[in-house]
Design a protein around this ligand. Sequence first.
Ligand SMILES: *[C@@H]1O[C@H](CO)[C@@H](O)[C@H](O)[C@H]1NC(C)=O
Ligand SMILES: *[C@@H]1O[C@H](CO)[C@@H](O)[C@H](O)[C@H]1NC(C)=O
Length: 371
Amino acid sequence: MDTHQLISNMMLRNFYSVMVITTTCVSVVVFPVISNAAGAPKKKSAPAILVFGDSIVDPGNNNHVATIVKCDFPPYGRDFVGAKPTGRFCNGKVPSDFAANILGLKELVPAYLDPTLTLQDLATGVSFASGGSGYDPLTARIVSVLSLSDQVELFKEYLNKIRQGMGEEAAATIISQSAYLICVGSDDIANTYFSTPTRRLHYDINAYTDLMARYASTFYEELYRIGARRIGVLSLPPIGCLPSQRTSGGGPNRSCSNSSNQAAQLFNSKLSAVLDSLSKTHPDALFVYLDVYNRLTSIIHNPIRYGFEVVVKGCCGTGTIEASILCTSVSDSHTCKDASKYLFWDSYHPSEKGYGILSDMVINEFAARFM
Ligand SMILES: *[C@@H]1O[C@H](CO)[C@@H](O)[C@H](O)[C@H]1NC(C)=O
Ligand SMILES: *[C@@H]1O[C@H](CO)[C@@H](O)[C@H](O)[C@H]1NC(C)=O
């Protein structure tokens, strides 16, 4: 399927899902990365970075998809180069950007669906991620965004362009030596499981996280089959401590929602087992579980140590519910002046500073496995 077919299929799907989704704003969750802004990029350790997942690592693919899960408007991008809202669900850079810098590749990872990409852009890495996506294919369908299968189709199309532009040998190096970064799964739990009845009617949380883990295993097997060998997977964050989940499930004091945190921990243990099992089956490849859960929890418990003043609300609007289309310049009068004091930019996504700190921890751990 080529990009245009894929997009027109998605537009059809969106037509239906807009009818279904009324108020749920879509959330994407966050994985932080640390800003090694000051440090010079390290020695180039991989030819490219290839990214799959959800809003945490979507640099603007959803700008080109017919969905309400978007953020290509102010105040998103407020602290980005040129104060530009690029479609990143953040005030600035996102973890895929920090990762490319840490790997010595480039400052920013572009969206694969950006029509202006050059061969050089492709050859050093792109993101196929789509805000609102999940391991569970239903998650992307509910909000009409790119599922992981759609992202794999785009990846195959990408590889054809690389083969045509650079030849078989260069393409083979890119496929096997690139760093593959995956960040997805929070929306399955926060949106699909806890916010819609479809799955909860048929699955308890144990069965639902089993379903997620099965889809995860299939997805990582598929990447391996295509030729990926260096695969780093971000764990789920403490979903119950995201500002929106404190609001919806944290009681009058907006404490962390225990049910969401327990669900995230349960899935993380299954994800870790899936990756261990794949490592045993395929000893010629790295499948690395990268712990975001405990690191983000530690930042939430020790904000001052990391330079944050506010960790229970996002910067945008009231900070308690706004994300995506609810975080607009209309809510700007409430929006904080200095996002660097906030761990979260909106009610779902970390700020650039939060992402920078987390990325430093997580991506360095991943890179150390193959550098
Ligand atoms: C979550 O669990 C902790 C410890 O079990 C408890 O103190 C807290 O009140 C619970 N929070 C909510 C929102 O139920
Ligand atoms: C909320 O916080 C107040 C003041 O710290 C405390 O007295 C109260 O027990 C808390 N309520 C809940 C439901 O945790």
